[in-house]
Structure formats: C-alpha cells, structure tokens
Ligand binder design. Structure first.
Ligand code: SF4
Length: 408
C-alpha cells in the first residue's frame, strides 16, 4: 500500500482562515483506500507551521507528496519539496493548484517537484471537512465550473466554457453528504452559480423539498446583476444564510478597465434586497487601479461603506500570474516578472500592495486599506446587523481578523 501525504500550502499566516483544501479533498476521495493510505495537512489551519509540516513529512514518510499551491505560496513549495527530497528516499512529488497551472515551467525549474499538474486535478466525489474552530461538518461544493466573463484580474481556473452538473446530480451529492457524512452546511463555490437562473431555481426547489433542512452559503459565485428577487427568496427558503457579491468599483472608467461589465444599479438594488431579506450580505471592493486617484478611491470606499451590505471586503488591486492584469503590470513597467517570482511569499495577499498597478505607493495603499475597514466597521448600525445575522462561530474569527488588520 502506497502512502500519500496531501499538503495544502499556505503563506498567509496573518489571518484566521479555515478554507478546506477542496481540490485535495476531491483527489483524496477518488483514491481507493485499498491501495492508498492517505493523510491531509492543511496549512491554512492555525498552528500548522512549515516546521510542523516538515516533522510530519519525516515521521509519516510518504511515498508520494501531493501539494496544492497558489502562486504566492511558491517559497513554501520550494522549501517543503526540497526538504522532502533530502529526507525521504524515492519520494514522488506532485504539485497542483493555480501556481503549476499558470507557470508549470517555473515550478519544474525552480523546485523539487517531479510532476506539475495543469488545470483541474480532481473530477469526482468529495470528502467532507470539519471546521477546526467550531467542530461543525461542512463541505464546499461545485455545481458548475467556468465563466463567460473576462474580468482582467481573474485567472479563470475553470475556463470560459460553463459546464454544469445536472440538478439531480447536485441534489444527490447533497443528500449523500448529509446522510453518510453528517454534513449540514454546504458552501457553494461555483464561478457563477446563477449563470442559468432556471437551473439555480430548480436546485433551490429540490433542496426545499428535502425531508431535512441544510445551511447554504455563497462566498462567491453569485453575480449581482444576474440575480432576481425570486432567486434570492428561493435561496433563502433553501437555507442560505450568507451571500457575497463582488462589485470592485463603481467608477465607470475602472469598470471598463477591469472588463467586469457589471450593471451597478442592478447590483445595488439586489444587495439591498438580499440584506433586507435577512441574509447576511457581503460585498467586495478593489482599489489601486491605473489612473485611479486618491479621491477616486475614497469615492468608491464611501459608496461601499454606505451600501446595504453587512460585510465589506476591500482588496488592493494585485496582479496575479495568469491574469490579464499581470501581463498589463509587466508591459506597462509597474514591476518586473523575475522580481515578482523571486518575492512571491512576500507578496502573499491582496492586502500587500507590493506588486501593484497604481501610482500610489505601497504605504499609501496599505494606509487607505485600513481607513476603508475602519470606515466600514465604525458604523454602529452595521455592527448591530452583523451581530444579528452572523453565525456565532464566525463573529470572533472575523473580529480578530479585523483587529489584526487595523493594528498590523
Ligand atoms: S471574477 Fe467572476 S465574473 Fe469575473 S471572470 Fe472571474 S469568475 Fe467570471
């Protein structure tokens, strides 16, 4: 029997995040227990450090290590793959995730990885995940993949062609996960779940008809200007407690530049409707685009803070490899490709601002980011709404993250 160690790398140690390594869980679920002994290490779990992972690599002594890595986690991948090769005989190292998909040559030439997996490494039934913070069982599910839009900051890992699971298949998956794995919450992470409204409504009706109730959340995957009030109502009836819509900018110049083609008026109306319906409603905004002045940025931030959204996330526009943004940043001389890849771990998040496409400095952008969060969450009405709508298990985590961001 071959031993496989799956490792979800993480360079982000600043925040309390708990995203399960969905790709690795899918792959792990496909491998027969008859032939493989499997172990998964999720470095996004608080307390799992590089040193702890090294100890695990040595003591578990796997035949195969399968990494899932994002572009900003490259240094971690280099360090751990080198450690594994030095300490284990004949270990095979495989790497998937967005980094090898976008830059397979870079991965093969600069790390000890033997096989770089390009594109989707998983295709079948998933395994459930237990939240290390709350002990609750939940599962990320994909009911469709692909997106026909062309946002310049998105690497579109699943491509432009939309592929959907049938309504029957989605309901079956939910039912098996509920009955056999005690999963009670389903986190939908499609690119655009509501690209086909009829299918989305049919899934809701199927869930509503189940003899038990579940919880649903949409941290992404619902495009605001494609939403209808009817779909919000049916999602709520199906158990949805959280929806996040990505807006990014209300500045027409920026909307054109990012090619998001979002109808802001429609989005604004549906955000209010979603929030009024009692669903915890989040939005995302981005700033630091070429030609965007300080006053443009604050106009966007003021709009965000006055919106009906309960949760607001701000990001500094950061060009990630594999995006049109990235090529733009290089061709316009904002940064150098080699310098970027040499510094991946230090540009570890959207809050970093180091590799930007803005004429504002990294310092200025970071300062604005803090001001934006302060403005958004110093609103007592928003805090009251959050306390009312947010699950208790998330309140402490979100509050700690916010304080860290503001004082960090
Ligand atoms: S950001 Fe969303 S809407 Fe835009 S291309 Fe990516 S998946 Fe599609």
């Amino acid at each position: 029997m071959k031993k496989i160690l799956f490792i979800k790398t993480s360079a982000i140690v600043k925040y309390l995040v708990n995203n399960p390594p969905l790709g690795l869980l899918y792959i792990s679920g496909t491998l027969s227990n008859e032939y493989f002994e499997k172990r998964i290490l999720n470095m996004l779990t608080p307390g799992i450090t590089v040193e702890r992972v090294k100890k695990e690599i040595k003591s578990y002594s796997p035949d195969i290590i399968a990494f899932s890595s994002m572009s900003y986690e490259f240094d971690t991948l280099i360090e751990l793959s080198a450690f594994a090769k030095e300490n284990l005989d004949n270990v095979l190292i495989i790497s998937g995730g967005n980094l090898p998909s976008m830059s397979p040559k870079l991965v093969m030439e600069n790390s000890e990885v033997d096989i770089a997996v390009i594109g989707e490494g998983e295709r079948i039934f998933p395994a459930p995940f237990t939240d290390p913070w709350s002990g609750e069982r939940y599962m990320h599910i994909l009911t469709s993949r692909g997106c026909p839009y062309n946002c310049v900051y998105c690497s579109k890992p699943f491509g432009r062609k939309v592929r959907t699971h049938s309504v029957k298949r989605v309901l079956k998956e939910i039912d098996v996960l509920y009955r056999e794995f005690s999963v009670r919450e389903f986190v939908v992470i499609d690119d655009i779940f509501n690209i086909d409204e009829k299918r989305a409504l049919d899934i809701c009706e199927g869930i509503i008809a189940l003899p038990y109730s579940i919880k649903l959340s949409f941290p992404n995957g619902l495009r605001a200007d494609l939403m209808s009030r009817k779909l919000v109502d049916r999602l709520k009836a199906a158990g949805t407690y959280y929806i996040a819509y990505s807006i990014e900018s209300i500045n027409p110049k920026i909307i054109r530049f990012i090619k998001k083609e979002l109808d802001i008026e429609k989005a604004e109306e549906i955000i209010k409707y979603t929030s009024d319906s009692g669903i915890l409603t989040g939005t995302y905004f981005m700033f630091g685009f070429p030609g965007e002045s300080r006053s443009d940025i604050f106009k966007n931030i003021r709009y965000a803070t006055h919106s009906y959204a309960d949760l607001i996330g701000f990001h500094i526009a950061t060009p990630l490899p594999g995006t049109e943004f990235f090529n733009y940043g290089i061709s316009e001389g904002y940064f150098d490709k080699n310098e970027y890849f040499d510094s991946l771990n230090r540009s570890a998040s959207f809050e970093d601002g180091r590799f930007r496409i803005s004429l504002l400095s990294e310092r200025e952008l970071k300062k604005i980011l803090k001001q934006a969060y302060f403005m958004a969450y110093s609103n007592p009405a928003r805090i009251l709404r959050l306390l009312k709508k947010m699950p208790k298990k998330d309140i402490i985590r979100k509050a700690v993250n916010l304080v860290r961001l503001l004082i960090g």
